[in-house]
Design a protein around this ligand. Structure first.
Ligand code: HEC
Ligand code: HEC
Length: 167
């Protein structure tokens, strides 16, 4: 593909196969509840986001989720397990909407594109997506390949795909 903008959009669509995967969107909901499994089931037992995305004191995420998967109990884990802030909601969103969110410093935790690339390639909660434990399906590819896709998307101008036509 000669046109860098078209190439950039195509790279984002490839990365979106990860970004829209249940292992990621279950922790990036648009409300106060994490989701589970492959169909965005409500989290069981019921838990809430709490004021700092770590649950409420009586039922903090870390009271069950440890820094690694506990396979016999099916409890997934990675260091500092907590929900993505609500402005980073991806659950049920299109690739175009997620793309706009990720690029917006007001909604991405004030990150530069270089920091986004670093986060995707190295963050441990992101990395859990490829090591989800129990019988969970991992995100496609590997964190290394996903990080490379995001870096290439940024190098080609970080273009966002067009919004999908409503069905
Ligand atoms: C009382 C224990 C408990 C608490 C507290 C808890 N969880 Fe969970 N969580 C679990 C268990 C058990 C599972 C696995 C369910 C299964 O797959 O059978 C789970 C699964 C998940 C998953 C789903 C992984 C997937 O893709 O299927 C996410 C995301 C998650 N929890 C996030 C959170 C967040 C964020 C918090 C805090 C707001 C939290 N949990 C609090 C016990 C807990
Ligand atoms: C256990 C919950 C959890 C899981 C699972 C998770 N994330 Fe996140 N994600 C977070 C939190 C918390 C933040 C905010 C971190 C920060 O601002 O430093 C975040 C932020 C991000 C960001 C940067 C900010 C933005 O604008 O979105 C990216 C990119 C990201 N996550 C990608 C992913 C990908 C890709 C996956 C799946 C492979 C994933 N995450 C799975 C909790 C999670």
């Amino acid at each position: 593909m000669a046109d860098p903008e078209a190439r950039s959009k195509a790279l984002f669509m490839e990365a979106a196969k990860v970004l829209t995967h249940p292992r990621c969107v279950n922790c990036h909901p648009h409300d106060d509840q994490p989701r589970q499994r492959d169909r965005a089931e409500a989290h069981n037992p019921p838990v809430v986001r709490g004021p700092d995305n770590h649950g409420v004191p009586a039922l903090a995420c870390g009271s069950c989720h440890q820094d690694r998967n506990l396979d016999h109990a099916r409890v997934p884990g990675a260091p500092d397990w907590h929900l993505a802030p609500i402005e980073m909601a991806w659950l049920g969103r299109t690739p175009a909407a997620i793309c706009a969110q990720i690029k917006d410093p007001k909604r991405n935790g004030g990150k530069t594109l270089a920091q986004i690339a670093d986060h995707t390639a190295h963050d441990k909660l992101v990395g859990w997506g490829w090591n989800p434990g129990a019988d969970r399906q991992p995100a496609p590819g590997s964190q290394e390949r996903f990080g490379a896709l995001v870096a290439a998307w940024i190098e080609t101008g970080a273009a966002c795909p067009a919004e999908e036509k409503p069905q």
